[in-house]
Write a protein that binds this ligand. Structure first.
Ligand code: B12
Ligand code: SF4
Length: 390
């Protein structure tokens, strides 16, 4: 099969034959491939289980193709699943937030397969780590909007960092925390226990509000942070996470630009995430400010996302309530256009995208089969507010 520019093997040939049970994790964009694989396996009487972002967003849709759909998961749930505790055709969840993961040492075989080439690390090899789950902010497009921030046991992070510094020195660590360093001092104190020269470089997704002082930026630099990717999102909203209080429009732009310029003095690679096309964006200003940002800060890598209403988010619930979601459209059409940050102008490469104002029209052409509405976990914040709107 052909995926992008890579010629890949038939994915089914990557696993042994005659399996009893197959587990598949996917995000929504490529869920069609996961569905197709499940169909193939079920023909052979293999039991299929789906988990991960797509299963969380659209569990009912997944049931069309899978025997089991898993939302929150842990060892106990898997043990129960293996022992036949659940009936086929159900959505199951542990009801517990993840609070522990296998260590890097335990995951090493998977890390090798995922990121080494011919058994050896390369320049691009990296190790995913998690120091926390959840986030204190509540951006309406985000799956973490109502998941509270929970720091995973710091001693586990310390063990992993020590292991990495001795067994995989110099390898990039990619933190998968939705919002790294909310408990900044606690996380950084752990990182500072590793001798300075032995610290692995690391990359994080982190809010501007967390990187609010030069002291914090210096600590990120000293612990060998090489990439930060904060979300600016929209010029007309999401300002608290950008550390600019209630400022929007040009005043937000001024402060955010100054902050990014400061970041780049401490962190070698800086990205900026934008969400363009929510209802708060109107007229030419969002495009002009985004373009001005790109031109002012050519060393910041801009990523412009079109908002996607994933199931389980307030964005999805409100669009659905307003009948703005087209039900028959397949999931794969959710994702275009996806705007790159570098375009050409008059034949010359420039930083700055010419974004089409019509892309902001208040109209969503994204599919969806209704998301199922399992009761929220009791500890989740604001859990029912948006759902009540439907
Ligand atoms: C880190 C991260 C990334 C990283 C790493 C991605 C990677 N390939 O590993 C980067 C920055 C590269 C990235 C890119 C993208 N991401 Co991302 N990312 C995340 C983030 C912040 C954390 C994911 C994570 O590692 N969590 C830790 C794990 C342990 O937790 P979990 O995934 O919730 O898993 C739990 C359950 O789902 C279950 N589970 C998970 N997998 C499985 C599998 C099985 C079989 C079972 C039974 C259970 C199970 O067990 C866990 C414990 O309960 C999430 C937001 C979030 N908080 O989930 C977004 C998120 C997953 N990303 C998202 C998206 C859309 C993308 C992109 C498609 C964006 C784009 N357009 O390019 C790309 C995809 C790139 C790719 N090829 O994977 C969406 C997915 C929504 C959806 N329904 O599809 C999310 C949810 C963010 C959002 N918008 O709300 N992402
Ligand atoms: S700050 Fe980031 S992780 Fe937190 S709710 Fe907003 S988008 Fe999600």
């Amino acid at each position: 099969m052909r995926v992008g520019i890579l010629e890949l093997l038939d994915p089914k040939s990557l696993l042994p034959d005659q399996l009893d049970m197959v587990f598949i994790s996917t995000y929504t964009q490529v869920s069609a491939l996961a569905y197709a694989l499940s169909k193939l396996y079920r023909r052979e009487k293999t039991v299929t289980v789906i988990g991960g972002p797509h299963a969380k967003s659209f569990p009912v849709d997944c049931l069309r193709f899978f025997d089991f759909v898993v939302r929150d998961c842990d060892k106990t749930l898997l043990r129960d699943l293996f022992h036949g505790a659940f009936s086929r055709g159900t959505i199951i969840t542990s009801g517990r937030l993840l609070d522990d993961l296998p260590s890097v040492e335990e995951r090493l075989p998977e890390i090798r397969t995922a990121t080494f080439t011919r058994g050896r690390p390369t320049m691009l090899s990296n190790v995913p780590l998690l120091s926390s789950v959840g986030c204190p902010y509540n951006c309406d497009f985000c799956i973490d909007w109502n998941n509270p921030y929970i720091l995973l046991p710091p001693e586990h992070l310390a063990t992993d960092l020590r292991y990495l510094s001795t067994h995989l020195p110099g390898m990039l660590v990619g933190f998968h925390d939705p919002n790294f360093g909310v408990k900044f001092d606690q996380v950084l104190e752990v990182m500072e226990t590793i001798p300075e020269k032995a610290r692995n470089p690391y990359a994080v997704s982190i809010s501007l509000s967390i990187m609010r002082s030069q002291h914090r930026l210096q600590r990120l630099k000293n612990t060998h942070c090489v990439y930060v990717g904060p979300g600016v999102e929209s010029w007309a909203n999401y300002s608290h996470k950008a550390g600019v209080g209630a400022a929007v429009g040009r005043p937000k732009w001024e402060r955010v630009v100054a902050h990014f310029a400061e970041l780049s003095q401490y962190i070698p690679y800086v990205g900026a995430n934008f969400v363009l096309g929510t209802d708060v964006d109107a007229g030419a200003e969002p495009f002009e400010l985004t373009q001005a940002f790109m031109r002012r800060l050519p060393f910041v890598w801009p990523m412009v996302f079109i908002p996607i209403p994933y199931g389980g988010t307030p964005l999805y619930d409100s669009y659905r309530a307003e009948d703005r979601i087209l039900k028959p459209m397949p999931f794969s059409f959710y994702y275009l256009p996806f705007s790159p940050g570098v375009l050409r102008e008059d034949g010359r490469p420039v930083r700055g995208a010419h974004l089409d104002e019509d892309a902001c029209a208040p109209r969503v052409e994204h599919t969806a089969v209704p998301a199922e509405t399992l009761p929220s976990l009791p500890h989740r914040r604001h859990a029912h507010a948006a759902r009540q709107a439907t």
